[in-house]
Design a protein around this ligand. Structure first.
Ligand code: BEZ
Ligand code: FE
Length: 304
């Protein structure tokens, strides 16, 4: 019998898991165990610290509901979501707009709207027109591309964070026109603090981090034959543009807010203009690092 000590335990665990028939599950779990064990050895993890970690993860799970995803928030604040996005972008075979975080506030079934409509239905504020094109890697417009949008209100809250989260506001879906052009009206994006009333907020405070995201608006853009793009646009000049708590900002996604814009389809409004580039689909793999929270709770425990 092999003596189990702080070194041999790693090979013992790997050996026992080596019977896993699914090769990808086998690879991922073996690597996870190796790195977890190396982490525990590196920090000389104590029983009390281990228990604190278990308590923390338990609280993260208990905070999750069909309207709240604390695990995604944890992944975001640790930089893991942004890392998975970067790995996903690297797999594209054509140049495309960079991904950004889906975050915990995406929801499917946002209302379908007509080009030029406003996504503001309940909370008034400073209106801006967002416009541009959805193009392929050759710069050609993608007709009828589906553009999904969501943003917080002027107090920094998404509809999912409201008293009645079943009511939708500041979300919409649009089809681009035959040349791939889109335009819609929304609120001028503002920065906000990520949800701080749970265990992730406790972690952020313990680390003396500010907890803010710079002003942004979210997009999911898709069309048949193209990789779905999950991204966001960030407003230039925001004080937290270089210190986003969830590491979502990429320089190429930072856009100016134009006070006057004669080229805009609604020139009397301030505007934000951006052309989104989609890469051809290589596989059917989803590029969403996240999901509608209600989908996660409804599928939890139904795997393998
Ligand atoms: C968001 O932008 O909606 C978001 C992303 C990650 C964490 C919290 C919020
Ligand atoms: Fe956001």
């Amino acid at each position: 019998m092999r003596a189990i000590d702080e070194i041999t335990i790693t090979d013992a665990a790997l050996e026992q898991m080596s019977s896993t028939p699914n090769p990808r599950l086998k690879q991922v779990m073996a690597s996870l165990v190796k790195h977890l064990h190396a982490f525990a050895r590196e920090v000389d993890l104590t029983p009390e610290e281990w228990l604190e970690g278990i308590r923390f993860l338990t609280a993260v799970g208990q905070k999750c509901t069909e309207h709240r995803q604390e695990f995604i928030l944890l992944s975001d604040t640790l930089g893991l979501s942004s890392l998975v996005n970067s790995l996903h972008d690297k797999r594209a075979t054509e140049a495309a707009t960079k991904s950004s975080l889906l975050g915990p506030f995406y929801r499917q079934d946002a209302p379908m709207m007509k080009l030029g409509d406003s996504i503001i239905s309940k909370t008034p504020g400073t209106e801006v027109v967002f416009y541009g094109r959805v193009v392929n890697s050759a710069g050609k417009g993608i007709p009828n591309a589906l553009v999904q949008i969501w943003e917080p209100d002027e107090t920094g809250h998404y509809d999912l964070q409201k008293l009645d989260p079943s009511e939708m506001d500041l979300r919409g879906c649009f089809h681009a026109d035959a040349e791939g052009r889109y335009y819609f009206r929304g609120l001028c994006p503002l920065g906000y603090m990520i949800p701080m009333d749970g265990p992730v907020g406790d972690m952020i405070r313990a680390q003396r981090r500010h907890g803010y995201r710079p002003a942004h608006i979210h997009f999911v853009i898709g069309a048949p034959g193209y990789r779905e793009l999950v991204t966001a646009l960030y407003v230039a000049g925001d004080e937290h543009i270089d210190s986003d708590t969830v590491f979502g900002v990429n320089e190429s996604l930072v856009v100016p807010l134009n006070k006057k814009d004669p080229a805009s389809p609604l020139p009397n409004l301030p505007s934000i203009r951006f052309d989104f580039r989609l890469a051809a689909a290589k596989d059917q793999m989803s590029g969403r690092v996240g999901a509608d929270p209600s989908q996660i709770t409804s599928k939890a425990g139904k795997g393998a």
